[in-house]
Design a protein around this ligand. Structure first.
Ligand code: PAF
Length: 275
């Protein structure tokens, strides 16, 4: 496995490669990322993983400065799994002030976008840059960031990029907590409590499977259950999988998404529901 910091060098090395599968990450890799990297191998002869903490997708009061940067450990984890780790500096990715952006679809202002203005614009912009640099045939993203995956799928389709986007299932700890680099911010007590987010979503899913169709009621009950235990809930929302819009009565593929804070740590999760 080779570590490359430079765009020109990566392009030169990939020039003779027939097919590339790409896993973009912000590093601090956990089993959720590694699962995507393993899947990537099934799609192409060459697997590229990027490690780049993208300043454009962090708000001014978010954790950009403190986001865990663990490149040496990440490279050790990728040994034998990836062919290239692309780990550019901020100035390599943004040699000029970035004044051209991807304007994401309106859904980017809802759900996670409601509390994170500009987040999906910055995310989509760096993902497009990375896709242009790596030029893969396949790119893989985790379903834990469900809204992110949806926006990337829309961008790739609407911008006619010849890239297949694959969504990987969320990898969970034994107790059900979705793996995330931000889980390490949790105190021992918060880590024990954190599993309640996934349990709340599972309960909401069960209610829908048992026939409840008043989604507003389900959302309200979920928010209340979390709030009573000290969570600061941003949203719990039942949406159609296809457009992430409010489900129409005939929609059979739903997803329940949530974002909530335990102390200063913001957790997100979702569960799919097939009727
Ligand atoms: O999901 C992430 O880690 C990031 O949002 C991504 C897709 C690597 C873009 O910075």
């Amino acid at each position: 496995m080779q570590q490359v910091m430079n765009i020109a060098e990566l392009r030169a090395r990939l020039a003779s490669v027939r097919s590339v599968a790409f896993v973009p990450t912000m590093g601090n890799l956990h089993e959720g990322h590694i699962d995507l990297v393993r899947q990537a191998r099934e799609h192409a002869e060459c697997v590229v993983v990027s490690v780049f903490v993208n300043p454009l997708q962090f708000g001014p009061s978010e954790d950009f400065d403190h986001y865990p940067r663990t490149l040496a450990e990440d490279c050790a984890k990728l040994e034998g799994l990836a062919d290239f780790v692309f780990a550019p500096t901020v100035s390599e990715m943004y040699p000029l002030q970035q004044t051209v952006f991807i304007e994401p679809p309106p859904i980017a202002n809802e759900l996670c976008g409601a509390a994170r203005a500009g987040h999906f614009r910055g995310m989509a912009t760096v993902v497009l840059k990375l896709l242009n640099i790596v030029q893969p045939q396949v790119a893989l993203f985790g379903k834990k960031d469900y809204q992110q995956l949806h926006i990337i799928q829309q961008m790739v389709t609407q911008m006619n990029l010849p890239i297949r986007i694959v969504g990987g299932e969320t990898v969970r700890a034994a107790d059900g907590l979705a793996l995330s680099s931000r889980n390490q911010y949790l105190t021992v007590q918060q880590r024990a409590e954190s599993v309640f987010l996934q349990q709340t979503l599972s309960k909401a899913r069960q209610a829908i499977l048992e026939g409840e169709r008043n989604f507003a009621l389900i959302e309200e009950a979920s928010v209340d259950a979390l709030a009573q235990r000290g969570w600061h809930v941003e949203y719990v929302s039942v949406r159609g999988q296809a457009a992430l819009s409010l489900p129409n009565p005939n929609e059979s593929a739903l997803v329940i998404l949530a974002a909530a804070r335990l102390g200063a740590t913001r957790l997100i999760d979702n569960v799919e529901v097939f009727l």
